[in-house]
Design a protein around this ligand. Sequence first.
Ligand SMILES: *Cc1c(COP(=O)(O)O)cnc(C)c1O
Length: 641
Amino acid sequence: MGVRAAGGHYTVGFGGSVEAVEDADGTIRSTWDPAESVNAVAFDTPLAGWRGRHVNTLRLWSARATDPLRLEDFNRGDHVGALADRVRLEAISRVLYPSDETEAGHELRLRQEYFFASASLQDLLRRHKSQHGELASLADHVAIQLNDTHPAIAVPELMRLLIDVHGMPWELAWDVTTSVFNYTNHTLLPEALETWPVSLMERLLPRHMQIIYLINGLHLDAQRSAGRQDNGFLSSISLIEENHSRRVRMGHLAFLGSRRVNGVSALHTELMRKTVFGSLNAIYPERIVNKTNGITFRRWLYQANPGLTSLIVDAVGPQVLDDAARLELLVPLADDASFRDRFREVRRANKVALARLVADRLGIGVDPEAMFDVHIKRIHEYKRQLLNILETIAYYNAVRAQPTHSWVPRVKIFAGKAAAGYQQAKLVIKLANDVARIVNRDPVVRGRLKVVFLPNYNVSLAEAIIPAADLSEQISTAGMEASGTGNMKLALNGALTIGTLDGANIEIRDHVGAENMLIFGLTADQVAERRAAGIDATAAIAASSVLADVLSAVETGVFSPEDRGRYRGLVENLRHHDHFMVTADFDAYWATQRAAGTLWQDRGAWDRKAILNTARMGWFSADRAIMDYARNIWGAEPGQR
Ligand SMILES: *Cc1c(COP(=O)(O)O)cnc(C)c1O
């Protein structure tokens, strides 16, 4: 994990109390006396930039106990207990996202967030001070991007370091803080918007809680003085949520502590302004900006798909490797039959390689000539793997009902992990595997349909699947996917998207053209309307015989003969509490899947669209996204090449 950095270690405290003492000159100084502390040790990994022109340092932190062994306990014969504190403290950097199902997991998560934020800020301040001799100019040289709310505790931590440790007055410290930080929001899901109980914060980070109260007091006073007296409005902008128990809203804290706040697609940014940050946006209308995500073409095209990369370089020249916008030069080649053949040959080789991987790992044989229909991403209800599985079952039923019809051979490929405590998502994984088991054994659909769930989804597996995908499933409930980046990786590699008007799918459509995608389903506005109306799904299900048959098969245990009740609750939930609009979108999805099948049969037309996807995805390069952050958020320009 990199090389241990010389001199790179800091102390991070937890718990204890805060004492206010009056200086000789009459100013009140607060000192935090933590009950325990842990060392943060720096490890550096050099990251060489494209063509080796720049090398940056990635600095990661490891937690080390300040006192690794309680020698007294050890010598009393308690050899395990003597090491207990060490194990407990070093757990902070052991697991990236500890499950927050338990109280202990929850607290560990906050300790972790604070540990990484504090170590990074202490390091940054030390380096700035040694270079410039003071800290007031910090924002002229440093930009900190809060990647989601996980590091939002950095806002009060920087205030604490500037005021308590470096003696800066509050106003200047707040000015420095709000000039240095920016915040990227990644989700509007209420359950993903981090809040911490005030009681936990007071116990673990008492000085930070005081600072948060001070920030909040000044913020609310300023709004009252500006004539905003309405209590509903004031409580909507407060850093403290007062509903059931009192909790700190980390998203609001990140917003107030930042100069710019951004969403990650045009739709997501618009929804942010209207929903989670509606009230704060009314006060600070300039603060929220959009920065649509991008992906690194170095990994997701050049490294993952060398065959397609050399075809592209051959066709449009090597400058395309430095300037993704030049992919556009491929556009006229979509009409060139011999180029289409070469494109298709490259993709076929990738599919053969994936078929081999599937055979090796799962013992399932898949035909590289079949359409590879790919749904890979974290398993989540809003991403609607369930919609795809239900459509798979409907297809299975249709093939069995008419075995002599000329069905388009399909391989449905799923991969994705569920969060440790997310039961419903784990049940979806179980259903995908149960359906695969029944379908893959059925001789009636042999050569027409295979279902594959590849375990242990990670970046390496994604790199193997994406170059071999024909159809890219991007079917989230509209309004719920902030951006998506899997959608970009797959389209860049020449997969056609079947998807909803959600997140960056909308901007992908704007670039590649609606005629080169398969768009279906409710829009974000329609989803909001339906939710407000509280529509029950019973009528929609009764009106769709295809869906009704699928649900009754799942419900009665056709795919879980050893446990017939396994999916009863899941189907019951769809009938009456279909928050994610699986039933409402089913018919449109089914019809669009059939349209995809028809298009596949005209291979020239399919391949033409696939090439146009690759050709028009240049804008989604991370180079464009990062340049936009640099120029319009950090105020930085590219260095010398
Ligand atoms: C790109 C990627 C994601 C994000 O995928 P979405 O489809 O945007 O949700 C998740 N996991 C891995 C391993 C990825 O490569």
